[in-house]
Design a protein around this ligand. Sequence first.
Ligand SMILES: Nc1ncnc2c1ncn2[C@@H]1O[C@H](COP(=O)(O)OP(=O)(O)OP(=O)(O)O)[C@@H](O)[C@H]1O
Ligand SMILES: [Mg+2]
Length: 352
Amino acid sequence: MFKEIDRVAKSEMKKLRVLVLMDRDLVPPPSMEGFSDEEISEWKTEFDVLSSLKEMGHQVVPLGVADDPGVIRKTLLDLRPHVAFNLLEEFHGVAIYDQHVVAYLELMKQPYTGCNPRGLMLAHDKGLSKKILSYHRIATPKFALFPKGKVVKPLRRYAYPLLVKSVIEDASLGISRDSLVVSGDELKRRVGYVHEELGTDALVEEYIEGRELYVGVMGNQRLQTFPVWEMLFQKLPPGVPNIATRRVKWDAEYQKELGIVTEAADNLPAGADERISKLCKRVYRVLCLSGYARMDLRMTDDGRVYVLEANPNPNLSFGEDFAESAERVGISYDKLIQRILNLGTRYQPEWH
Ligand SMILES: Nc1ncnc2c1ncn2[C@@H]1O[C@H](COP(=O)(O)OP(=O)(O)OP(=O)(O)O)[C@@H](O)[C@H]1O
Ligand SMILES: [Mg+2]
């Protein structure tokens, strides 16, 4: 069951015309009644954001898009929205094409929420973003790239176990226990899997044993971070690594089995909160992000923190990590959505 949003009183703020861009298959029904939790989880973000915007008195128009930029153009011209709330995660079924939709919005001089096209492009390419982080001496697991179509040569001077993943996919697509490899043979097999099954280049990283941490960041110039959040595996069988695999992230039964909970990270070493907050703001800046993002980190037993990746436009569902961690510092769900709108209208793109 999902918890209920605690509404704030309708405020005096300016009411805006908001076009909410979302995947055509995720346009939610008017009510959650009669749907199973599993069905609801598909379009819960869209539902929560739409109801929050309406609740705050904005004029809200949802638009489902999939593969026709003409629909976006026509709606922008007809509706003239003050801001487009961007919930799109793909276009033509391609995860990284959201950056082009945002680029198109800029060409149309349309203010929008969330990350700008350059930030999306840098952060969605894990290889490129890790190169930038390395240049800035920001700790990220040692890595190697295996482009599609090239022979997989054995890796030297890398410490096994290694973690193999797609360089561009997200939502832990293709991440399972088999992603963790302990030999050259296993490495070759798993890189082959990424090339063939996911159809993308592969990224191989040294595996960082440690705590799984997430940090929400919001802002354009002035940045705010939310409290460090942690995914705990309370019933992890011995010998099983605490990896946030596809199943761990999306399979409710499996989550129960492993005792998965996410909550404010407890007992961090002295000064770690401050250090992690600064680190996340730096990552946000060097990757040119704007709007809001969630950083994925790992912390080793001796307190070293590694950046796994930056997720611009993270999951905005009520009750999910980003919104939960905002709530911890007094930003209710409606306030969070309103702030995201404000950041969208205030963002200064080049055309401005
Ligand atoms: N180098 C690594 N060391 C330790 N764990 C890792 C490493 N890389 C990935 N993982 C584990 O795998 C999970 C998913 O990795 P990553 O965040 O890179 O994938 P993703 O598909 O972008 O996930 P999402 O978009 O859902 O955050 C991480 O949260 C972490 O648990
Ligand atoms: Mg991640």
